[in-house]
Design a protein. Structure first.
Length: 270
């Protein structure tokens, strides 16, 4: 009876008479937490700021041009980085881990494989870094007469490059998931993959090799890494006999390896 009265007071009466002082305390706490997060983001940027400032003042001995604009940009980067990291903690990591748990509990390897490929493909095709690399590669390919110097040809080349990389990452995630399920040592997959990269390099066109090697790096960026890492750790945590530290990681290495081979093969085909 007393608990019921207390609950009624909290839900019905208390909100209507919430004192302004309490509101101020809550707002102050939120602002304090936001300041702490922003300060953490600024600390992450501090090494870059120190390097730029040292070479600007000590080596070049020149003032920083448009300092106000640069400071505003640093604040925006710090704020965005803070929100991004907090968003990973709140949203992306739990989503990836929960999905991995759910598929492991369901016990359907087929749907787990389909989901793994779709996750790798979907996150990679949306990577801003990959979009930038693909567009620049298409522009330079047209400039060097590798493809027709038309907007349609460049768009087709860039889209094909993005799809190729996304398919490669999807296949890599599938291989990584199978590795976690089976308990395969990752070093053999990595060594075999790099032997494949080196072998294909001898046959690939020279103009595609650099793009292929860079494609391995741009796939492991802001969107792909959190979800894929959460998938691997969550899956390893939900399978009996698997250690999340030993088996949960390594998907990112495979995701950065297979695009090198696939992009070189793409360059050989077109």
């Amino acid at each position: 009876m007393i608990d019921s009265i207390n609950n009624y007071f909290i839900l019905k009466i208390y909100p209507t008479c919430l004192p302004y002082k309490m509101v101020n305390v809550l707002v102050s706490d939120y602002l304090k937490q936001l300041f702490i997060l922003l300060f953490g983001g600024f600390k992450d940027l501090l090494p870059i700021i120190i390097v730029v400032a040292f070479f600007q003042f000590a080596v070049l001995q020149q003032p920083i041009p448009d300092l106000t604009r640069i400071l505003m940009g640093l604040f925006m980067v710090s704020f965005g980085l803070t929100l991004f990291i907090k968003g990973l903690e709140i949203g992306l990591f739990p989503v990836g881990e929960n999905l991995a748990y759910a598929f492991a509990k369901k016990g359907s390897v087929f749907w787990l494989i389909i989901f793994s490929f779709a996750l790798g493909f979907g996150t990679t095709i949306a990577e801003p870094a990959l979009i930038a690399i693909a567009d620049k590669a298409a522009f330079l390919a047209a400039k060097d007469n590798v493809i027709n110097a038309t907007a349609a040809a460049q768009q087709a080349y860039a889209s094909g490059l993005r799809v190729t990389v996304a398919v490669a990452v999807g296949i890599a995630i599938v291989i990584g998931v199978i590795r976690i399920i089976r308990g395969w040592p990752i070093q053999y997959l990595i060594i075999g993959g790099y032997l494949g990269v080196v072998t294909i390099t001898f046959f690939a066109p020279q103009e595609i090799i650099g793009i292929a090697y860079d494609s391995g790096g741009v796939t492991t960026s802001t969107i792909t890494v959190p979800l894929v890492t959460a998938l691997g750790v969550g899956l390893a945590s939900s399978i009996r006999g698997r250690n999340p530290m030993l088996d949960g990681f390594g998907l990112i290495a495979l995701a950065s390896l297979t695009p090198m081979m696939f992009v070189m093969l793409y360059g050989m085909v077109i």
